[in-house]
Design a binder for this molecule. Structure first.
Ligand code: ATP
Length: 309
């Protein structure tokens, strides 16, 4: 059989298919703890598989817990990524996505060794219903353009409008999105919610905020002027430390990790990215140049689609 392609299912690569010239897909690993080392496989004649999820186990396979693909005389190990994944979930309006968002995702990826960051534009952001937003399709398209250069940044449809629900759509609550995402992950995978300090300051008002802290860790990007005490005081009442505990941290800048019962927050220092979607929309409306705070492809898209005029 001739291998013509390898396909990784889903953003977290929990399933691997090999496509044969005959048009047959063979599942190598489904929801197992193994992943494919990209670029390890070239086309050739498959002589066998071994390991979990494989069609057959060849005698003398190096181990039973690692999947191998035998192509001709060569053996390819279908491993490479970590058994458990750290997945960043970055929700927002992204109207439009800008360099501040990308900087946050990059810093979070590095700090918490994220394998992926899902950029999740909200169809109906719960906290921004006062002003008309650009259409979801436009906001998603801009996210797709801005993330093309980064292999581990994935535009996600987790909060896309539901088919047939036009007019009856509900706000997209992060708690629902995190739970939906976790249904497609292994129990050992870890989810990190990415958020800027200005948004985090309002976190106690979010729908089921307390539950959200139980479901995932947070990565919070600091802004000048926010202290460690501000971060702790922003927590939902039941998770918030007493005032006398946080008072000494009022002068301490928000950095490092904040770990309390039921709360894990990784704090990123100020990213020095003054980009603001509001300012970008205003500049577009005034016909000003948009280049500085945007990926050029997003600036082009805004022009072509006539957004924010
Ligand atoms: P708007 O001006 O329309 O309110 P926004 O960028 O603040 O836009 P979102 O698109 O919802 O709003 O932002 C998504 C997330 O990105 C939020 O958590 C926000 O705090 C964070 N964020 C926004 N701008 C920056 C920036 N320049 N640096 C770091 N984080 C940012």
């Amino acid at each position: 059989m001739e291998v013509t392609g390898v396909h990784l299912f889903s953003a977290n690569c929990t399933a691997i298919d090999v496509l044969f010239a005959e048009g047959v897909w063979v599942l190598l690993a489904n929801r197992s703890s193994v992943n494919f080392a990209e670029g390890a496989l070239t086309s050739g004649t498959v002589t066998g598989f071994s390991g979990p999820g494989s069609k057959e186990t060849l005698p003398g396979s190096p181990t039973k817990s690692t999947p191998y693909l035998h192509v001709g005389l060569r053996t390819y190990t279908l491993t490479g990524l970590k058994p458990s994944m750290n997945i960043g979930l970055f929700g927002g309006t992204f109207d439009p996505v800008h360099k501040g968002h990308i900087a946050l995702a990059r810093a979070a990826t590095e700090r918490c060794k994220l394998h992926y960051v899902l950029f999740v534009p909200a169809n109906i952001p719960p906290h921004k219903q006062q002003r008309p937003l650009a259409l979801y399709a436009h906001r998603f398209a801009m996210v797709a353009l801005a993330t093309t250069g980064e292999k581990c940044f994935v535009p996600s449809l987790l909060e896309a409008p539901e088919e047939g629900a036009r007019g009856k759509e509900k706000p997209n609550y992060s708690i629902d999105t995190v739970r939906r995402l976790k249904q497609s992950l292994k129990a050992s995978d870890r989810v990190f919610l990415l958020i800027g300090m200005d948004a985090f300051a309002e976190i106690a008002k979010w729908h089921q905020a307390e539950a959200l802290f139980k479901e995932c860790a947070f990565i919070v990007a600091g802004r000048p002027g926010f202290s460690l005490a501000d971060v702790a005081n922003a927590l939902p009442a039941k998770l918030r430390p007493r005032a006398e505990v946080t008072r000494p941290f009022q002068k301490q800048s928000a950095c490092g990790d904040l770990v309390l019962p039921g709360v894990t927050i990784h704090l990123l220092e100020d990213l020095h990215q003054p980009a603001s979607a509001t300012a970008i929309r205003e500049a577009a409306a005034a016909g000003k140049a948009l280049g500085r705070f945007l990926d050029p492809s997003v600036a082009d898209y805004i022009k072509k689609a006539g957004l924010y005029r």
